[in-house]
Ligand binder design. Structure first.
Ligand code: PBG
Length: 325
Protein backbone atom coordinates (compact mmCIF):
# COMPACT_ATOMS: atom_id res chain seq x y z
CA UNK A 1 0.00 0.00 0.00
CA UNK A 2 1.48 3.23 -1.08
CA UNK A 3 0.11 6.38 -2.64
CA UNK A 4 -2.60 7.62 -2.24
CA UNK A 5 -2.81 6.10 1.27
CA UNK A 6 0.62 7.37 2.19
CA UNK A 7 1.25 11.07 1.74
CA UNK A 8 4.37 12.19 3.63
CA UNK A 9 3.42 15.77 2.84
CA UNK A 10 0.58 15.53 5.41
CA UNK A 11 3.08 15.99 8.21
CA UNK A 12 4.89 18.85 6.48
CA UNK A 13 1.83 21.04 6.08
CA UNK A 14 2.47 23.55 8.88
CA UNK A 15 5.44 24.59 11.00
CA UNK A 16 3.66 23.15 14.04
CA UNK A 17 3.35 19.73 12.38
CA UNK A 18 6.92 19.84 11.14
CA UNK A 19 8.05 20.73 14.65
CA UNK A 20 6.07 17.87 16.16
CA UNK A 21 7.73 15.22 14.00
CA UNK A 22 11.20 16.79 13.91
CA UNK A 23 13.87 14.14 14.57
CA UNK A 24 16.83 16.36 15.36
CA UNK A 25 16.44 19.23 17.81
CA UNK A 26 19.42 21.53 17.94
CA UNK A 27 20.05 23.23 21.25
CA UNK A 28 22.80 25.49 22.57
CA UNK A 29 23.16 22.88 25.35
CA UNK A 30 25.23 20.67 23.04
CA UNK A 31 27.56 23.38 21.73
CA UNK A 32 31.12 24.24 22.71
CA UNK A 33 32.69 27.59 21.75
CA UNK A 34 36.44 27.62 20.92
CA UNK A 35 38.51 30.58 22.17
CA UNK A 36 42.10 31.77 21.71
CA UNK A 37 43.94 33.22 24.71
CA UNK A 38 47.08 35.27 24.13
CA UNK A 39 49.67 37.01 26.30
CA UNK A 40 49.60 40.73 27.06
CA UNK A 41 46.74 42.97 28.16
CA UNK A 42 43.80 44.72 26.50
CA UNK A 43 44.34 42.77 23.28
CA UNK A 44 41.49 41.70 21.07
CA UNK A 45 42.51 40.95 17.52
CA UNK A 46 40.21 39.43 14.92
CA UNK A 47 41.59 36.44 13.00
CA UNK A 48 41.51 37.55 9.36
CA UNK A 49 40.39 34.20 7.95
CA UNK A 50 37.82 33.70 10.73
CA UNK A 51 35.55 36.76 10.86
CA UNK A 52 34.01 37.20 14.33
CA UNK A 53 36.69 35.10 16.07
CA UNK A 54 39.37 36.84 18.12
CA UNK A 55 42.69 36.23 19.76
CA UNK A 56 42.36 37.93 23.10
CA UNK A 57 44.46 38.53 26.17
CA UNK A 58 43.64 36.82 29.44
CA UNK A 59 42.16 40.00 30.98
CA UNK A 60 39.59 40.15 28.16
CA UNK A 61 38.50 36.55 27.99
CA UNK A 62 36.06 36.42 30.90
CA UNK A 63 33.89 39.08 29.29
CA UNK A 64 33.21 37.02 26.17
CA UNK A 65 32.80 33.93 28.37
CA UNK A 66 30.01 35.76 30.22
CA UNK A 67 28.28 36.35 26.89
CA UNK A 68 28.75 32.68 25.95
CA UNK A 69 27.18 31.60 29.24
CA UNK A 70 24.27 34.01 28.88
CA UNK A 71 23.49 32.48 25.49
CA UNK A 72 23.01 29.07 27.12
CA UNK A 73 26.22 27.57 25.73
CA UNK A 74 27.58 25.31 28.48
CA UNK A 75 31.26 25.09 27.56
CA UNK A 76 34.29 26.74 25.99
CA UNK A 77 37.49 25.11 24.74
CA UNK A 78 40.64 27.16 25.22
CA UNK A 79 43.70 27.38 22.98
CA UNK A 80 46.82 29.26 23.99
CA UNK A 81 49.17 31.60 22.13
CA UNK A 82 52.20 31.74 24.43
CA UNK A 83 54.67 34.63 24.65
CA UNK A 84 57.53 32.33 23.70
CA UNK A 85 58.10 29.00 22.05
CA UNK A 86 60.89 26.45 22.38
CA UNK A 87 61.64 23.00 20.92
CA UNK A 88 59.85 21.17 23.75
CA UNK A 89 56.96 23.52 24.42
CA UNK A 90 57.99 23.89 28.07
CA UNK A 91 55.78 26.92 28.69
CA UNK A 92 52.74 24.80 27.92
CA UNK A 93 52.82 23.35 31.44
CA UNK A 94 53.80 26.48 33.34
CA UNK A 95 51.32 27.62 35.98
CA UNK A 96 51.86 31.12 34.57
CA UNK A 97 51.00 30.06 31.00
CA UNK A 98 48.25 31.80 29.04
CA UNK A 99 45.76 28.96 29.18
CA UNK A 100 46.33 28.40 32.89
CA UNK A 101 45.79 32.11 33.58
CA UNK A 102 42.75 32.22 31.30
CA UNK A 103 41.15 29.36 33.26
CA UNK A 104 41.80 31.23 36.49
CA UNK A 105 40.25 34.41 35.05
CA UNK A 106 37.12 32.48 34.06
CA UNK A 107 36.94 30.89 37.50
CA UNK A 108 37.40 34.24 39.19
CA UNK A 109 34.50 35.66 37.17
CA UNK A 110 32.29 33.06 38.91
CA UNK A 111 30.97 31.62 35.66
CA UNK A 112 29.35 28.22 35.57
CA UNK A 113 30.92 27.46 32.20
CA UNK A 114 32.57 24.10 31.69
CA UNK A 115 36.19 24.83 30.84
CA UNK A 116 37.77 22.44 28.35
CA UNK A 117 41.41 22.87 27.38
CA UNK A 118 43.15 21.73 24.23
CA UNK A 119 46.22 19.70 25.16
CA UNK A 120 48.88 19.77 22.44
CA UNK A 121 52.38 21.04 21.73
CA UNK A 122 51.98 22.68 18.32
CA UNK A 123 51.10 26.09 19.71
CA UNK A 124 54.08 25.99 22.07
CA UNK A 125 56.92 24.51 20.01
CA UNK A 126 59.12 26.68 17.79
CA UNK A 127 58.91 24.03 15.04
CA UNK A 128 55.11 23.90 15.27
CA UNK A 129 54.76 20.12 15.49
CA UNK A 130 52.46 18.43 18.00
CA UNK A 131 55.34 16.53 19.61
CA UNK A 132 59.05 16.85 20.30
CA UNK A 133 61.52 16.20 17.49
CA UNK A 134 64.13 13.44 17.69
CA UNK A 135 66.28 12.52 14.69
CA UNK A 136 64.15 14.73 12.47
CA UNK A 137 60.93 12.94 13.41
CA UNK A 138 58.04 13.66 15.76
CA UNK A 139 58.88 11.35 18.66
CA UNK A 140 55.85 9.64 20.17
CA UNK A 141 56.95 8.36 23.57
CA UNK A 142 59.14 11.35 24.45
CA UNK A 143 56.12 13.61 23.94
CA UNK A 144 53.81 11.79 26.35
CA UNK A 145 55.24 13.11 29.66
CA UNK A 146 55.03 16.70 28.37
CA UNK A 147 51.39 16.26 27.37
CA UNK A 148 50.65 14.72 30.77
CA UNK A 149 52.33 17.65 32.56
CA UNK A 150 50.37 20.10 30.44
CA UNK A 151 47.07 18.36 31.22
CA UNK A 152 47.94 18.33 34.92
CA UNK A 153 48.72 22.06 34.90
CA UNK A 154 45.35 22.73 33.26
CA UNK A 155 43.62 20.61 35.90
CA UNK A 156 45.45 22.48 38.67
CA UNK A 157 44.31 25.79 37.19
CA UNK A 158 40.71 24.56 37.28
CA UNK A 159 39.91 22.87 33.94
CA UNK A 160 36.93 20.50 33.99
CA UNK A 161 37.90 18.56 30.87
CA UNK A 162 41.24 18.18 29.09
CA UNK A 163 41.20 17.48 25.37
CA UNK A 164 44.37 16.02 23.84
CA UNK A 165 44.59 16.85 20.12
CA UNK A 166 48.16 15.81 19.34
CA UNK A 167 47.44 12.27 18.02
CA UNK A 168 50.42 10.64 19.79
CA UNK A 169 49.73 6.99 20.64
CA UNK A 170 49.21 6.38 24.35
CA UNK A 171 48.55 10.00 25.34
CA UNK A 172 45.17 9.30 26.90
CA UNK A 173 46.63 6.65 29.22
CA UNK A 174 49.58 8.89 30.12
CA UNK A 175 47.26 11.81 30.91
CA UNK A 176 44.77 9.66 32.88
CA UNK A 177 47.56 8.22 35.00
CA UNK A 178 49.10 11.62 35.70
CA UNK A 179 45.76 13.19 36.64
CA UNK A 180 44.85 10.28 38.93
CA UNK A 181 48.24 10.27 40.66
CA UNK A 182 47.69 13.91 41.52
CA UNK A 183 44.15 13.68 42.84
CA UNK A 184 42.38 14.84 39.68
CA UNK A 185 40.38 11.66 39.09
CA UNK A 186 37.29 13.80 38.39
CA UNK A 187 38.83 15.75 35.53
CA UNK A 188 37.47 14.18 32.34
CA UNK A 189 39.28 13.46 29.08
CA UNK A 190 37.76 14.38 25.74
CA UNK A 191 40.09 12.80 23.23
CA UNK A 192 40.44 13.97 19.68
CA UNK A 193 40.33 10.25 18.87
CA UNK A 194 39.79 10.33 15.11
CA UNK A 195 41.60 13.46 14.02
CA UNK A 196 42.28 13.55 10.32
CA UNK A 197 45.20 15.21 8.56
CA UNK A 198 43.02 17.90 7.05
CA UNK A 199 43.36 20.95 4.86
CA UNK A 200 40.48 22.46 6.82
CA UNK A 201 42.73 23.44 9.75
CA UNK A 202 44.33 26.25 7.71
CA UNK A 203 42.62 29.24 9.37
CA UNK A 204 43.18 27.76 12.85
CA UNK A 205 46.91 27.71 12.23
CA UNK A 206 46.74 31.46 11.63
CA UNK A 207 44.58 31.89 14.75
CA UNK A 208 46.84 29.77 16.96
CA UNK A 209 50.12 30.53 15.16
CA UNK A 210 50.77 26.81 15.06
CA UNK A 211 51.68 25.89 11.48
CA UNK A 212 54.50 23.33 11.26
CA UNK A 213 57.76 25.00 10.20
CA UNK A 214 58.90 21.92 8.27
CA UNK A 215 57.15 18.86 6.93
CA UNK A 216 53.50 18.15 7.69
CA UNK A 217 51.34 16.19 10.13
CA UNK A 218 50.81 13.07 8.01
CA UNK A 219 52.90 10.86 10.30
CA UNK A 220 50.57 11.40 13.24
CA UNK A 221 47.15 12.62 12.06
CA UNK A 222 44.90 10.18 10.20
CA UNK A 223 44.69 9.61 6.47
CA UNK A 224 41.38 11.12 5.22
CA UNK A 225 40.68 7.97 3.20
CA UNK A 226 40.38 5.71 6.26
CA UNK A 227 37.29 4.74 8.23
CA UNK A 228 38.10 1.43 9.95
CA UNK A 229 41.22 3.01 11.38
CA UNK A 230 39.04 5.68 13.02
CA UNK A 231 37.10 2.98 14.86
CA UNK A 232 40.38 1.47 16.02
CA UNK A 233 41.62 4.87 17.24
CA UNK A 234 38.38 5.38 19.17
CA UNK A 235 38.51 1.89 20.71
CA UNK A 236 42.11 2.43 21.84
CA UNK A 237 41.36 5.82 23.39
CA UNK A 238 38.39 4.37 25.27
CA UNK A 239 40.54 1.52 26.57
CA UNK A 240 43.05 4.10 27.76
CA UNK A 241 40.36 6.00 29.65
CA UNK A 242 38.79 8.62 27.37
CA UNK A 243 35.38 9.79 28.62
CA UNK A 244 34.27 11.49 25.40
CA UNK A 245 35.61 10.80 21.91
CA UNK A 246 35.78 13.28 19.06
CA UNK A 247 35.81 13.12 15.30
CA UNK A 248 37.50 16.03 13.53
CA UNK A 249 36.81 17.74 11.13
CA UNK A 250 33.04 17.26 11.00
CA UNK A 251 31.59 17.86 7.54
CA UNK A 252 33.79 15.62 5.37
CA UNK A 253 33.56 12.90 8.07
CA UNK A 254 29.84 12.56 8.83
CA UNK A 255 30.08 8.85 8.02
CA UNK A 256 32.76 8.47 10.69
CA UNK A 257 30.64 10.32 13.27
CA UNK A 258 27.78 7.98 12.43
CA UNK A 259 29.85 4.82 12.72
CA UNK A 260 31.41 5.90 16.01
CA UNK A 261 27.93 6.72 17.38
CA UNK A 262 26.60 3.30 16.34
CA UNK A 263 29.53 1.32 17.68
CA UNK A 264 30.40 2.92 21.04
CA UNK A 265 28.28 3.79 24.07
CA UNK A 266 29.97 7.03 25.05
CA UNK A 267 29.29 10.69 24.26
CA UNK A 268 30.51 11.55 20.76
CA UNK A 269 31.79 15.02 19.90
CA UNK A 270 32.49 16.51 16.48
CA UNK A 271 34.69 19.51 15.71
CA UNK A 272 33.25 21.81 13.04
CA UNK A 273 36.72 23.22 12.33
CA UNK A 274 38.14 26.57 11.27
CA UNK A 275 38.16 25.89 7.52
CA UNK A 276 34.56 24.75 7.59
CA UNK A 277 33.69 28.01 9.36
CA UNK A 278 35.78 30.11 6.96
CA UNK A 279 34.09 28.56 3.91
CA UNK A 280 30.66 29.52 5.19
CA UNK A 281 31.76 33.01 6.21
CA UNK A 282 33.39 33.69 2.82
CA UNK A 283 30.29 32.64 0.91
CA UNK A 284 28.06 34.67 3.22
CA UNK A 285 30.28 37.75 2.79
CA UNK A 286 29.87 37.38 -0.95
CA UNK A 287 26.13 37.24 -0.57
CA UNK A 288 26.08 33.69 -1.93
CA UNK A 289 24.58 31.90 1.08
CA UNK A 290 22.07 32.74 3.80
CA UNK A 291 24.19 32.38 6.94
CA UNK A 292 21.47 31.46 9.45
CA UNK A 293 19.94 28.84 7.18
CA UNK A 294 23.17 27.12 6.20
CA UNK A 295 24.73 27.16 9.66
CA UNK A 296 21.66 25.63 11.31
CA UNK A 297 21.46 23.11 8.47
CA UNK A 298 25.12 22.15 8.86
CA UNK A 299 24.85 21.80 12.63
CA UNK A 300 21.67 19.73 12.31
CA UNK A 301 23.52 17.50 9.83
CA UNK A 302 26.40 16.96 12.24
CA UNK A 303 23.97 16.16 15.06
CA UNK A 304 21.84 13.91 12.84
CA UNK A 305 24.99 11.97 11.91
CA UNK A 306 25.36 11.19 15.61
CA UNK A 307 27.30 13.91 17.41
CA UNK A 308 26.01 14.72 20.91
CA UNK A 309 28.45 17.58 21.30
CA UNK A 310 29.51 20.03 18.58
CA UNK A 311 32.55 22.28 18.88
CA UNK A 312 31.90 25.20 16.55
CA UNK A 313 32.94 28.80 15.94
CA UNK A 314 29.30 29.39 14.99
CA UNK A 315 28.17 28.59 18.56
CA UNK A 316 27.25 32.12 19.65
CA UNK A 317 25.35 32.94 16.44
CA UNK A 318 23.63 29.56 16.44
CA UNK A 319 22.55 29.99 20.07
CA UNK A 320 21.05 33.39 19.23
CA UNK A 321 19.19 32.01 16.22
CA UNK A 322 17.93 29.00 18.16
CA UNK A 323 16.47 31.33 20.78
CA UNK A 324 14.47 33.10 18.07
CA UNK A 325 13.12 29.87 16.52
C1 PBG B 1 46.17 21.41 17.64
C2 PBG B 1 44.82 21.62 17.07
C3 PBG B 1 44.46 21.94 15.74
C4 PBG B 1 43.07 22.16 15.77
C5 PBG B 1 42.65 21.91 17.07
N1 PBG B 1 43.74 21.56 17.86
C6 PBG B 1 45.25 22.18 14.53
C7 PBG B 1 46.10 21.19 13.91
O1 PBG B 1 46.10 20.00 14.24
O2 PBG B 1 46.86 21.62 13.04
C8 PBG B 1 42.25 22.58 14.60
C9 PBG B 1 41.02 23.35 14.94
C10 PBG B 1 40.42 24.08 13.79
O3 PBG B 1 40.88 24.02 12.63
O4 PBG B 1 39.42 24.76 14.06
N2 PBG B 1 46.80 20.26 17.32
Amino acid sequence: MSFPTHRPRRLRRTEALRGLVRETRLSPAGLVYPMFACAGTKLRQEVSSMPGIHQQSVDQIAEECREVESLGIPAVILFGLPEMKDPRGAISYSAAGVVQRAIEAIRKAQLRLIVITDVCLCEYTDHGHCGVIENGEVANDATLPILAEQALSHARAGADIVAPSDMMDGRVAAIRRKLDENGFQDVAILSYAAKYCSGFYGPFREAAQSAPQFGDRHSYQMDPANAHEALKEVALDLEEGADIVMVKPALPYLDIIHRVRERFDVPVAAYNVSGEYAMVKAAVQNGWLDEKRVVLELLAGIQRAGANIILTYHAKDAARWLKQC
